[in-house]
Design a protein around this ligand. Structure first.
Ligand code: BGC
Length: 441
């Protein structure tokens, strides 16, 4: 039973892998697409952020279509879009075609960023839900690493190198599409569509014969309101506070600065005089730390809970960024110290807010409103991601490293206090138990 659920989660997490790959692959292509399409800096900025615009559209599509057609079918659509985007961007001869292909990829990233973790959460037994949803974060990290590695390996393949880099994504897209044929639909969605017998068959396999009937009854009860949900239902007095928590937490996951490091590490290193020749080593160090500490989170998240992990992680992130800020202020920025603080920061993020944000946002909302609630929270995440990505180089230039990292350190501290005071613990309970508990807070 456990093996079956793990297998299903791995299939869904391929969506996370494509999300990680697609957001990271562009960095290695920039130096080649800029001269090929003769882009000005402004055009380059738009070309890179076209993916993020697609993401925002994708998240809304997932919020609606995920309820209407099921989690599985819409994930299949995402796989198809990833495939078309890979082929389209790799073969584009005009900027318009290239951007269109990247927007399609962005839509796929947006869809996968909600539906993969949500689908896992809806199939996972409560006891392992945190670990299994975190598997999706692990896949995101692996996807980012694969993109960096494959870019590195393909860089010397001639003038079409950037095309090969982008084409790589077609392979995991096909794998995701094909393997989705072998997994069941979410039992929570099936009940929402009154397909209770099918839901029972799935629960027999995921929850076991003893608890399947009980779980089915609980899901049925939670979905007893029959009319279709709308976005305005999220403003009902019992749900609105949960929506706020989801949105605020999602924004914090981004404004605590993770992608300043993920996207700009070479720039930060260059800033302190470390040569970019060691870019690969840095990437391995950053990606490797991210990977190892995501595994640590997977081991801890169901045992100790989401909240302690985020609180301790935020404290660690605050200290690491304060350290980074201090050495920038003191002007004693030797490469080694910068690396130590950056890796420490990544480790604390990976062991806490990285996976925990995705886990908590799948758990906050009632069955009826999960996909819509999550889509609002994750749209906020993508908008925050875009703003931080655009603002960071400007901050670094205008405010200096010292002030920039001090600001991010203070934001991490604010996140710590917010989570401590306002975020409920969600470990161990079924989604239906949580639904009752959270509504009555
Ligand atoms: C975040 C991404 C980030 C990634 C890095 C994810 O949880 O949402 O923005 O790039 O973690 O590991």
């Amino acid at each position: 039973m456990k093996g079956y659920v793990v297998l299903i989660s791995i299939v869904a997490a391929l969506g996370g892998l494509l999300f990680g790959f697609d957001t990271a692959v562009i960095s290695g292509t920039i130096n080649f697409i800029q001269p090929y399409f003769k882009l000005t800096e402004v055009q380059l900025g738009w070309t890179v952020s076209s993916l993020l615009l697609g993401c925002i559209a994708g998240v809304f599509i997932a919020g609606k279509a995920g309820d209407q057609y099921g989690r599985k079918k819409v994930l299949m659509l995402a796989a198809l879009l990833f495939f078309i985007s890979a082929i389209g961007s790799a073969s584009a001869h005009t900027l318009t075609l290239f951007i269109m292909a990247r927007v399609l990829g962005g839509i796929a990233v947006g869809v996968a960023s909600i539906l993969s973790p949500m689908y896992i959460a809806e199939l996972a037994p409560a006891k392992y839900r945190g670990t299994l949803v975190s598997l999706n974060q692990l896949a995101i990290v692996v996807g980012i690493l694969i993109a960096f590695f494959s870019n590195y390996l393909l860089v010397n393949t001639g003038e079409n190198n950037w095309r090969w880099m982008l084409l790589v994504m077609a392979a995991p897209a096909v794998l995701l599409f094909a393997s989705l044929f072998f997994v069941p639909e979410s039992p929570r969605w099936l009940v929402a569509r009154q397909l209770n017998d099918e839901a029972y068959q799935v629960l027999l396999k995921t929850a076991g014969t003893k608890t399947a009937a009980i779980e089915l009854r609980e899901i049925e009860k939670s979905l007893s309101v029959q009319e279709a949900s709308t976005y305005s239902d999220l403003l009902a007095p019992r749900v609105k506070p949960l929506l706020y928590i989801g949105v605020i937490l999602a924004v914090f996951q981004q404004i605590t600065g993770i992608n300043t490091i993920m996207y700009y590490a070479p720039k930060i290193f260059a800033n302190v005089g470390v040569s970019t020749d060691s870019a690969l080593l840095q990437t391995i160090a950053i990606g490797g730390t991210n990977l190892v500490f995501t595994l640590v989170a997977m081991l801890l998240i169901d045992r100790f809970g989401r909240k302690p992990l985020i609180v301790i992680g935020s404290l660690g992130m605050t200290l690491m960024l304060a350290g980074l800020s201090a050495i920038f202020f003191m002007g004693e920025t030797t490469g080694v110290l910068v690396l130590v603080f950056i890796l420490g920061y990544i480790a604390f993020f990976a062991a806490s807010l990285g996976p925990a944000l995705w886990v908590v946002t799948t758990e906050l909302f009632p069955n009826r409103l999960r996909s819509k609630g999550m889509s609002i929270a994750i749209v906020a995440l993508w908008i925050a991601c875009t703003i931080v990505t655009i603002a960071f180089p400007i901050m670094l230039e205008q405010l200096s490293g010292g002030f920039t990292f001090l600001i991010f350190a203070l934001i991490c501290l604010a996140n710590l206090i917010y989570v401590w005071k306002y975020v409920p613990e969600t470990k161990g309970k079924t989604l239906e138990e949580l639904e009752k508990d959270l509504a009555n807070r």
